[in-house]
Design a protein around this ligand. Structure first.
Ligand code: COA
Length: 260
């Protein structure tokens, strides 16, 4: 598959997607969004991939937002469609992916960039990272899920303040808020994310996918997270990996999971 604005590498079951428009601080234009949609769809089906790490190229930005030049003269209908399509095809798709997606936030994550990082299952930041939702400075509000996911992650009051002031927070503040899980020197960011990915890969893939589903259920309208958990828990008992995991424990050896 040929991509214009992203790079993909796959090693040891970890796929790394790098958004590659460094001269525009990796801003999300239509082509980049299309590339990302295609890539996530393919990686979701690729049996050689167990965890996906998403990052930006260069030392300055993860993603500095949606590409402002592309929507500057949009109408109400076009603006509505931009948000609806983006949310459905990319941001919600990532959030609901059955494989863990880690955002390696290597610099500015602003607007659509922070929204993209928030759609990932969790975030690790480099020490130079800066995060914010500055849409109100453009006469807009966040449109790729930011008004929903930011309060889920950091609480309503802090999200209100960040969105209304359009302020940026640094990596340490983001960690204190619970927006990112860890802060590491920039040069160590990908290695650090890969280390976490390796720990995940040792565990049962089906169980991981069900954990994602059950955790996400808490944030979905009309879903009862506890019920989703009960059903998902039950289904795990029908897998070979459950037999392998429990047998390995009782035999005092390491489990070899196959994903079945
Ligand atoms: N959309 C389109 N282009 C963008 C962009 C965006 N969201 N963010 C950065 N760029 C482009 C700049 O226009 C510039 O392009 P040019 O060299 O062709 O003029 C290039 O990326 C570098 O950005 P620049 O502003 O010169 O870098 P800086 O270090 O002075 O400032 C930022 C960095 C992130 C503070 C600044 O780029 C910025 O505020 N970007 C917009 C952030 C935003 O509002 N995002 C939300 C969008 S919904």
């Amino acid at each position: 598959m040929n991509y214009e604005n992203i790079l993909i590498s796959i090693e040891e079951k970890i796929a790394t997607i790098t958004i590659n428009r460094p001269t525009k601080l990796n801003a999300l234009n239509k082509k980049t969004i299309n590339d990302l949609q295609k890539a996530f769809k393919l990686l979701a089906k690729n049996n050689d991939v167990r965890v996906i790490v998403l990052t930006g190229s260069g030392e300055k930005a993860f993603v500095a937002g949606a590409d402002i030049s592309e929507f500057a003269n949009y109408s109400i209908e076009e603006g509505t469609a931009l948000a609806a399509e983006g949310q459905e095809k990319l941001f919600d798709f990532i959030e609901n992916l059955k494989k863990p997606v880690i955002a390696a936030v290597n610099g500015f994550a602003l607007g659509g960039g922070l929204e993209l990082a928030m759609a990932c299952h969790f975030r690790i930041a480099s020490d130079n990272a800066k995060m914010g939702l500055p849409e109100v400075t453009l006469g807009l509000i966040p449109g790729y899920g930011g008004t929903q996911r930011l309060p889920q992650l950091i609480g309503k009051g802090r999200a209100m303040e960040m969105i209304m002031t359009a302020g940026m927070i640094n990596a340490e503040e983001a960690k204190q808020y619970g927006l990112v899980n860890h802060v590491v020197p920039q040069a160590e960011l990908i290695t650090y994310c890969n280390g976490i990915a390796e720990k995940i890969i040792k565990n049962a893939p089906y169980a991981i996918s069900k954990a994602i589903k059950a955790i996400n259920a808490n944030y979905k309208d009309g879903k009862n997270g506890f019920e989703t958990e009960i059903k998902s828990f039950g289904k795990c008992f029908g897998t070979k990996d459950f037999i392998e995991g429990t047998t390995a424990f009782l035999e005092k050896r390491k489990a070899e999971f196959t994903g079945k």
